[in-house]
Design a protein. Structure first.
Length: 230
């Protein structure tokens, strides 16, 4: 298979992995909400629904683990892609644990489903505890997605600079090619890459510059995902 096709397949696989991780987070959040709701209202129907969601969480966890294994075996990812894959493998176990805890709560609901014991409904701290837990999960996922965007911009910048060689790229050329990228985000990424020794920045006034790749940057770019869309 041509190298470009291999890189494109890796990029597609990484995109699908990210989508599956978002779905897993949403399922885990829904499971814990339904479980606590079933406990507060002594609703056996909601409790039964949690069991179904837990099975979906487990099935998706297995699918994600298989996809991660396939990506590693078929594409030998490095740098940011490899970090994302290994992090996903770790996170899936946490989401599965949330699903199992939700199932435990649902089982408690069914054990007292006659509804005579309403003490659980009068525990004001329980819903708040669930909200805080879900907020933590959401924040972690947003942070990881933000890092994924940064990694994507990094790979694109390096690949573009390799193609330009010693000529380099100016600010307007970057913004024209990387449509939709915010100037401040671009500068932040360029400064980060310069700090790693992957490129050099020559400023022409306060808001214009030329970026050139270094030999170290060329080596890093070879390991990065190809820039899609060119």
């Amino acid at each position: 298979m041509p190298e470009q096709a291999v890189r494109k397949a890796l990029a597609q696989g990484m995109h699908e992995l990210n989508e599956n991780m978002v779905t897993l987070a949403e399922l885990s959040e829904y499971a814990i909400r339904r479980a606590v709701d079933s406990l507060a209202r002594m609703d056996s129907k909601s409790a039964q629904e949690v069991f179904t969601i837990d099975r979906e969480v487990y099935a998706l966890q297995i699918e994600i683990e298989k996809r991660c294994g396939d990506l590693i075996a078929l594409h030998a990812p490095v740098a940011g892609d490899l970090r994302l894959i290994t992090t996903s493998l770790k996170i899936t176990t946490d989401f599965d644990r949330i699903g199992r805890y939700s199932k435990d709560i649902a089982e408690i609901t069914l054990q007292i489903q006659n509804g005579k014991d309403r003490e659980f409904a009068r525990l004001p701290g329980l819903p708040r505890m669930v909200d805080l837990t879900i907020e933590m999960v959401d924040r972690a996922m947003r942070e990881e997605q933000s890092h994924a965007v940064e990694r994507g911009l990094r790979d694109k910048v390096l690949t573009l600079l390799v193609k330009r060689g010693t000529i380099g790229l100016k600010k307007n050329q970057f913004l024209e090619i990387l449509r939709g990228v915010i100037f401040e985000d671009l500068v932040q990424e360029l400064n980060r890459l310069e700090g790693e020794g992957l490129l050099t920045l020559a400023w022409h006034g306060p808001s214009d510059f030329t970026a050139q790749i270094t030999p170290k940057g060329v080596d890093a770019a070879r390991k990065a995902s190809a820039f899609e869309g060119e």
